[in-house]
Ligand binder design. Structure first.
Ligand code: IPE
Ligand code: IPE
Ligand code: MG
Length: 253
C-alpha cells in the first residue's frame, strides 16, 4: 500500500483530519452485557483496534493516537491489568508484520518504564522495526496521563533553565509542545470517545485545546469502520472558528 489513500468512502479528502485521537472505552460494559469476564471485552476491543488502524491508514490519516491504558488504570484489579498487558504484548507481536506491510510507524507514548519488562521489549522492538515507516504514525498511549506528560515537560524545561541552556523568556507554547510525547506532531483535530462518557479522563490535555469532540454511545467492541467514516463526515461538516468569527461576519466587520 502506498501513502495515497486507496478509498475515500465519500469523504472530502481535502479536509481530512491529519490527526485523530480515540478514547477506546466500554470494553468492560460490553462484556458485562453478555455476562462475560471483562477481559473478553478487551479481547474483542483489540480486534476493533486492528479495524480502526487499517481504516485510518486506508483513507490517509497521518496520525492516529489510541488511548489503550491510562496512568489511573493501574488501580484496576491485578488480574485485569495483567490480562491487558498480555493482550498488549500479543498485539505488538501479531501486528508488526501488518504495520510493516502498511508502512505504519508505531510510537508508544506514556510511562513506558512502568510497563512489565517483556512488554517493554516488544514495544522497543516494534518501534525500532517500524521506525522508518512514513505511511501513518500510530501513537499507542500506554500508562499515559496528560498531567504527568505536562509535569514531565515542565521538569525538562526547568532543568534546562537550571543548567543555563534555556532562559525563562524562552518558555512559550512552542517550547512546551517540543517537550511533549507528541513533539512535532499536529494536534488532533478530532477526538472520539466511545461508550458515552462525557469526560476526557486525563487524555492529551494540552493537545486537545481546539479538537472537535465526538462522543458516541457505541461501546468500543461494537465500534465499526462505518461509524468511524460517519464521524469523520460529521467532522467535515463542522465550522471550526478557533475563537474568531466565521468568514462572512469577519468581512462585514
Ligand atoms: C476501555 O474499556 C479499556 C481500558 C480502559 C483499558 P473499559 O475497561 O474502561 O470499559 P468500561 O468503561 O468498564 O465499560
Ligand atoms: C479512559 O477510560 C482510559 C482508556 C480508554 C485507556 P477509563 O474507563 O479508564 O476512564 P474513566 O474511569 O471512565 O474516566
Ligand atoms: Mg471505561
Amino acid at each position: 500500500m502506498n501513502s495515497n489513500p486507496v478509498a475515500d468512502y465519500g469523504l472530502d479528502l481535502s479536509n481530512l483530519p491529519a490527526h485523530i485521537a480515540v478514547i477506546m472505552d466500554g470494553n468492560g460494559r460490553w462484556a458485562k452485557k453478555r455476562l462475560l469476564n471483562r477481559v473478553k471485552g478487551h479481547e474483542k476491543g483489540a480486534d476493533v483496534v486492528r479495524a480502526v488502524v487499517t481504516t485510518c491508514r486506508e483513507i490517509g490519516i497521518r496520525f492516529l493516537t489510541l488511548y489503550a491504558f491510562s496512568t489511573e488504570n493501574w488501580q484496576r484489579p491485578k488480574v485485569e491489568v495483567s490480562a491487558l498487558m498480555s493482550l498488549l504484548k500479543k498485539f505488538l507481536i501479531d501486528e508488526t508484520p501488518e504495520m510493516l506491510d502498511n508502512r505504519i510507524r508505531l510510537n508508544v507514548i506514556g510511562q513506558i518504564e512502568r510497563l512489565p519488562d517483556d512488554v517493554q521489549v516488544e514495544i522497543r522492538r516494534a518501534m525500532h522495526v517500524t521506525a522508518h515507516n512514513t505511511g501513518m504514525c500510530l501513537n499507542l498511549a500506554l500508562s499515559y496521563g496528560g498531567r504527568s506528560e505536562i509535569v514531565r515537560a515542565v521538569m525538562e524545561i526547568a532543568t534546562g533553565i537550571e543548567k543555563g541552556t534555556l532562559k525563562v523568556s524562552d518558555v512559550s507554547d512552542a517550547l512546551v509542545e517540543q517537550h511533549l510525547y507528541t513533539a512535532g506532531m499536529p494536534d488532533p483535530e478530532l477526538l472520539i470517545r466511545t461508550s458515552g462518557e462525557m469526560r476526557i479522563s486525563n487524555f492529551l490535555l494540552w493537545q486537545i485545546a481546539y479538537s472537535e469532540i465526538f462522543i458516541t454511545q457505541t461501546l468500543w467492541p461494537d465500534f465499526t469502520k462505518d461509524e468511524l467514516i460517519g464521524i469523520i463526515k460529521d467532522f467535515q461538516g463542522r465550522e471550526r472558528r478557533f475563537g474568531d468569527v466565521a468568514p462572512p461576519d469577519k468581512q462585514t466587520s
